[in-house]
Design a protein around this ligand. Structure first.
Ligand SMILES: [Zn+2]
Length: 136
């Protein structure tokens, strides 16, 4: 079910707690909210709907990913860019990496390892930062 977007910086700056499979309904709400906002948003973290839990959702083109406890295990080729965020006003400068590898659990509890580059890598880095209470 689609949820309101949290803009409260106190909540957004809280590091998330580890996600478990019991958080599957929250993960589904997160994806529903992302799809509802897909004309202006390509990724969301659970604290953006007011729940500081380490879950992120990504939707770009036909690709949809839900990740529990995502961790970036490799990163290379840093660059400077600017990003916006549904929880914040305007665009802000930030440093990202062109190539990353992310490890996470899927909704069956399996650990997955995903290499990502370019825009997909950028989205994942932004959302993983949210899980750490880091906002751009
Ligand atoms: Zn954001």
């Amino acid at each position: 079910m689609q949820q309101p977007i949290c803009k409260d910086q106190l909540i957004l700056r809280q590091p998330g707690r580890p996600a478990t499979l019991a958080d599957a309904p929250l993960a589904q709400n997160l994806m529903d909210t992302l799809i509802f906002n897909q004309d202006r948003c390509v990724g969301m973290a659970a604290n953006m709907i007011g729940q500081p839990v380490n879950i992120i959702a990504v939707k770009t083109g036909p690709l949809q990913l839900l990740m529990l406890n995502p961790i970036i295990t490799k990163q290379s080729q840093p660059y400077q860019t600017t990003e916006g965020c549904l929880s914040l006003l305007g665009e802000r400068p930030t440093k990202r990496f062109e190539q990353i590898t992310v490890q996470y659990q899927d909704l069956t509890g399996q650990t997955q390892t995903l290499p990502a580059t370019g825009f997909l890598a950028q989205i994942i880095q932004h959302e993983v930062d949210h899980c750490h209470g880091i906002i751009i």
